[in-house]
Structures are given as C-alpha cells and as structure tokens.
Design a protein around this ligand. Structure first.
Ligand code: GLC
Length: 452
C-alpha cells in the first residue's frame, strides 16, 4: 500500500479489492447463469439472456461490396459507408452526429426519425441517395432476435429510456422512419449488437477470433457457441451450420443478487441514481458510464470527513456524474510520483490540489475501481473460454475503457492468465470499427445467403 495514502482511504476502497478466491467464485457463478440463458426451459428466468444473434457464418475474408451502417448505442451516433474492397482494404467514410441528449429519453418515434434524417443527410452528402444499398444496423441494446432483420427490444440500458420501443422490432421502426421520408433506396436491413460487430470485424483478419467484447459506455460480450447448444434458436437441432454467435448481454449478471459479494455501498448508490435501478449490475461495476461516478462517490465521502482536499473547492465535484471515467485513464497515465495529468483533471474540476497526498489518494481510488473492472471482465472472458472449451482463442475488443485506460489490457491479461488452465492460449486484439465493418460483414453474408 502506498504510504502517502491515509488508512481511512484504504479502508473505504477495500470493498473494490477482490481477491483470487472471489474471482474464481465469480467465474463459477457466471458459468451457471450462462447455461441458464442458453437452455430453453431456464431462459425465461435467466438473467444472462444469451440471445441468439442469427449470425452463423464468421467472415471468410472474401466478403466484398458497399454497405451502409448505422451505429446507435454508445456515446455517439454514427452513419457509415463501408466498402469491403479486399480483406486488407476496407474503406470507411463515417460521420458522427451530435446526439441531442433529450432524444435518449423522449418518444421512440423522434429517435428513429432522427436516425432516418441523419442517414438521408449522409447519403445525400455522399451522392448515394439513388443507389440501392443494404444497411447494417448496430443497435447495442438487449434484443430478442427472431432473425437477422428482426430484433425485439427487451429493455433499454445505458441511460436510454425512449417510450414505445420496448417490445417492438427495431428494424421495422427504422424502416418505417426511412419510409416516412421516402427518399432512400434501402434494400435490406440487418441488425446486430456491437459485440457481434466487434467479433466479426476482428474475425475478418483473425480467423481464430471467437469472442467479441465491449468495455465502453456499457459492457457486454458475444461468443461462438455450437448451434446444438443454442436451444432458443428454433433450428438448433436441424441447422446445417455448426455455429451460432450468442449475444450474452452479460451486463445483467448479478441482477438476481449473486454478485453482492463483490459490490460495495458505492455501487448501491450508483445503482439508485440510474434510470434502471436493480438492472445491469455487472455492467455498473465495469463500464465507462459508471466508473467515474464510483470514484467520485468515494472522494466526496473522504472530503466530507475532512480526509482529502481539505479547504479546496469541491463545488463541481459535488455534482453527480461530474467525474468523467476518462479522468481515471488520465490520472492513471501519470508515472509514479508524477501528477501532470492528475493536476489537469483537478484543474478541470476547479480544484487546487496542492497536496501530493491527495493526488496519491485520488490515484489509489481510481486504481481500485479500474482494477475491479478489469478483474470482473477477466472473469467474464474466462467463463466464456471455459464454456467453449477450446485451447486457443482470439478475443476482439473495443470500447473507450479498454482503448484509453493505460493498464486495462495488461490487467485483463494478467488476471485471465491466473484464472485459466495452464497452457491455454489467448490473445486480446483491438477490433477496429466493429460497428461499421462488422455490420457491413453481416450485411454482406446475409446478401450471399439470400436465395437467388
Ligand atoms: C449494454 C447493452 C449491450 C451492449 C453493451 C455495450 O450492455 O445492453 O447490448 O452490447 O451495452 O455497448
């Protein structure tokens, strides 16, 4: 323990420090929940839903063509045109749209109208309004899929709560919004989760890729299961194709109380102030939407007890969500004994931060929260690898936490090695633009599979 850190601070973050024994227990419990999600009779009451994605073909590297893609579910909304020229040449033009925050909680119709309007504007700019094109829709929320073009939204996550969408097929809602405008020639829409896009995009260049992981605003993973085990797929016993990609929706792990032994009082506060209390328990311990708030809650408690930043101005920090998760990555980017990034963060928050002990304590709190996130994610990945029972696997990963946190990759790798059986080989690979490239690849495969 760093000597500059007050023992009261150490005590406060103790609950975030989960040991190997607890991690083994998490893997064990998650394995059980995963099986419940897959099996038909237990699926309705399972918390990890293991939704069937209807993606059965991994890319061969031979997919070609031009596809539109929409990406909804992270911090940005994007429209893309993806040209699969060859496996080493994928040309992407994309545009991020300023997503008015009110759309996240307003009526669903307004949300889909906005998507259609942005799509149309983009196609006009690219001179594509008269070109018939297929579209890959990356819609990163829990959906019960009934086909590649039919996804029923089960519940909103990550701060969205638009009315009139839960229980509906989001492809129809998008198609109707496009038709209301009547200016585009979209031939076919396929819908995928961002984890599936991440897997597909990585598998395009790495044929051994079997898992797609997102650690960004939210957290979730998908993996390649044997079709015969995907009991919720109506063709699980008859399908000629051996594999089915499963969208785990692992963010909901713990919604039935099985994760209480790794949660803290801070987690319970965060949960209460979210629009979906009691839901997405695992995600709320792991992902970017919540990590900053966890750190903030610890810090303001220390401030209220006069244990940190005594006499400093914490007015901004007292506001909910004011401590961004990107600050954690910044603060942990400082070399030991240096506080350049940390000072900038404090400046952003209108604080002086004159005491080295305070900055050290702040880093200590950040490390506690981010390490727990990486440990839990490692547990999740190990659960999936155990389930697939394979000896070599590549994991495609995307998301702001994984990309920008300076130690996340090392932490994941370190803890996975400690949990996996010796000799098992795995590689963590950043997956480029899953929501664009991945969506285009699924659209391309769907076009190939269509009866001529
Ligand atoms: C949330 C969504 C899930 C998505 C993940 C990462 O957990 O429910 O569908 O994959 O965030 O964006």
């Amino acid at each position: 323990m760093p000597s500059l850190v007050n023992s009261e601070v150490e005590l406060a973050v103790k609950g975030f420090l989960i040991d190997q024994e607890k991690m083994v227990e998490v893997v064990e419990r998650m394995g059980k929940e995963l099986k419940m999600g897959l099996a038909k009779d237990t699926h309705p009451r399972a918390v990890i839903k293991c939704f069937v994605s209807y993606v059965q073909d991994l890319p061969t590297g031979k997919e070609r063509g031009k596809f539109l893609a929409l990406d909804l579910g992270g911090t940005n909304f994007r429209v893309l045109i993806v040209n699969l020229v060859s496996s080493s040449d994928v040309q992407i033009i994309s545009k991020s749209y300023n997503f008015p925050p009110a759309l996240m909680t307003g009526p669903g119709k307004a949300l889909f109208d906005f998507l259609a309007e942005s799509l149309e504007e983009f196609c006009k700019e690219q001179g594509l309004e008269d070109t018939p094109l297929s579209l890959g829709f990356t819609f990163s929320f829990p959906c019960q899929q009934q086909g590649l073009s039919k996804a029923i939204l089960v519940t909103w996550t990550k701060g969205f709560s638009c009315e009139g969408v839960v229980g509906k097929n989001v492809v129809s809602l998008l198609q109707e919004a496009i038709d209301r405008r009547g200016n585009l020639k979209i031939t076919n829409i396929v819908v995928i989760n961002d984890t599936v896009g991440t897997l597909m995009s990585c598998a395009y260049n790495h044929p051994n890729c079997r898992i797609g992981l997102i650690v960004g605003t939210g957290s979730n993973a998908c993996y390649v299961e044997k079709t015969v085990n995907a009991e919720c797929f109506e063709g699980y016993q008859t399908s000629p194709k051996p594999s089915m990609v499963i969208n785990c929706e692992w963010g909901a792990f713990g919604d039935n109380g099985v994760l209480e032994f790794v949660r803290t009082s801070y987690d319970r506060v965060v949960d209460k102030i979210t629009p979906n209390p009691g839901k997405q328990t695992f995600e709320k311990c792991i992902s970017g939407m919540y990590m900053g708030e966890l750190v903030r809650l610890v810090v303001i408690e220390m401030i209220s007890k006069n244990l940190m930043f005594v006499g400093d101005n914490s007015e901004k920090l007292q506001q909910r969500w004011s401590f961004k998760t990107s600050y954690i990555s910044d603060i942990e980017s400082d070399a030991p004994g240096e506080y350049r990034h940390c000072s900038r963060v404090l400046h952003d928050l209108g604080m002086m931060g004159t005491q080295e002990t305070d900055k050290e304590a702040l880093r200590f709190i950040c490390e506690a929260v981010s390490s727990r996130s990486a440990k839990l994610c490692a547990c999740g990945l190990v659960t999936l690898i155990n389930k697939m029972n394979i000896n070599e696997v590549i994991i495609g990963i995307d998301g702001s936490v994984y990309r920008y946190h300076p130690k996340y990759h090392e932490l994941l790798q370190f803890h996975m090695k400690k949990l996996l059986k010796p000799g098992l080989k795995f590689e963590l690979v950043v997956s480029e633009d899953g929501s664009g490239r991945g969506a285009a690849l699924v659209a391309a495969t769907a076009a190939q599979n269509k009866p001529k």
